[in-house]
Design a protein around this ligand. Structure first.
Ligand SMILES: Cc1cc2nc3c(=O)[nH]c(=O)nc-3n(C[C@H](O)[C@H](O)[C@H](O)COP(=O)(O)OP(=O)(O)OC[C@H]3O[C@@H](n4cnc5c(N)ncnc54)[C@H](O)[C@@H]3O)c2cc1C
Length: 300
């Protein structure tokens, strides 16, 4: 009898089978992933990747799944998750080093408690370090590339620290999107000493602005479309009259029109049909192509 994958990965990772992607994404959409793997450490991660390759099992990494549209068809491969075991961090002076599974919201609060400024803009992004590095996530005219010092990544069987300048950061883009088989394992951030009260006040202000403007009580994947150079995406969606528009269980949020919420039982096709309708209507009215910021995760 050949060993199962769980047996081969014993002592290296937790392995779960046939887990709905809907349980791993903030949008709560997506069919089953054949395997979900939680590696124990960078040392075992290297051998997990080797064993997956030997078994010809494709893999992708998921952080908190907060930027993903997963197909209902499921994923016949392995989802790697670092949020169970890669969650250590420490401060050394004003430099924060954090493993890739750490929650960015928690890190922003810990930075504030240490009177360190820089992560306030990210204090409402429901994501992991790996995810925000890969996406170069940003808000309020700031982004991860502004504060990253270097990124640790596992690729081709090696662990390497890349300086920020080598990471090809641009608007919601990084080198790591060009290499979906690479795994970000940690990152170092340059923070600045600041006044704890002022940092807390800024974070409170950001949180209140998000609560007032975003449908945080409903499953979503954040902003659906990138902002074109010349105009905000929400203005275009407002302009075509799509506020509240529904396809099945997917709905353009009444509160923030660049969010599509899962209003209960939305399928991946509902979401995508609504996206395509918006893109078509915006193209016809404004001659602008809206590009999805939410990533299609497991589509043929
Ligand atoms: C309510 C809400 C508010 C949001 N607000 C913002 C915002 O203000 N600004 C913003 O930019 N985004 C925002 N987002 C979108 C989302 O949080 C970001 O895109 C975030 O960077 C995704 O992080 P994640 O850990 O959830 O990654 P996932 O969504 O799980 O993955 C995103 C990509 O990163 C890759 N990835 C994840 N971890 C790793 C790793 N360790 N190594 C290699 N690749 C990896 C995945 O394969 C995938 O390609 C919001 C989302 C929601 C739901």
């Amino acid at each position: 009898m050949p060993e199962t994958l769980a047996e081969q990965l014993k002592d290296r990772a937790d392995v779960e089978e046939n887990v709905p992607l809907a349980t791993m994404t903030t949008l709560k959409i997506g069919g089953p992933a054949r395997y979900v793997i939680y590696p124990y450490s960078t040392m075992t991660l290297e051998s997990v990747l080797r064993i997956l390759r030997k078994n010809h099992i494709p893999y992708r990494v998921i952080g908190k799944g907060s930027n993903l549209l997963c197909s209902d068809a499921g994923y016949d491969g392995a989802v790697l998750r670092l949020d169970r075991y890669f969650n250590k961090f420490y401060f050394e002076g004003s430099v924060l080093t954090a493993e890739a599974g750490c929650s960015v919201i928690s890190l922003a609060y810990d930075a504030m408690k240490n009177s360190l400024s820089g992560l306030e803009f990210a204090s409402g992004i429901p994501a992991t370090v790996g995810g925000v590095v890969c996406m170069n996530a940003g808000a309020y005219k700031a982004c991860m590339a502004d504060i990253l010092r270097r990124v640790q990544v596992m690729h081709d069987g090696q662990l390497e620290w890349l300086p920020c300048s080598a990471c090809h950061f641009a608007y919601r883009h990084s080198l790591f999107q060009e290499h979906p088989d690479w795994v970000v394992t940690a990152a170092e951030f340059n923070l600045r000493p600041g006044d704890r009260g002022e940092i807390r006040a800024l974070m409170d202000d950001r949180r209140q602005r998000r609560m007032a403007s975003q449908p945080l009580d409903k499953p979503s994947a954040g902003s659906v479309f990138r902002n074109p150079d010349c105009i905000s995406a929400w203005k275009l969606i407002e302009g075509i009259g799509y506020r509240g528009r529904k396809v099945g269980g997917a709905q353009v949020s009444e509160k923030h029109v660049n969010f599509i919420i899962n209003d209960g039982g939305a399928s991946s096709a509902d979401f995508l049909t609504l996206v395509h309708q918006i893109q078509k209507a915006v193209r016809e009215k404004y001659q602008i192509d809206l590009i999805m910021e939410v990533e299609k995760f497991n589509w043929q």
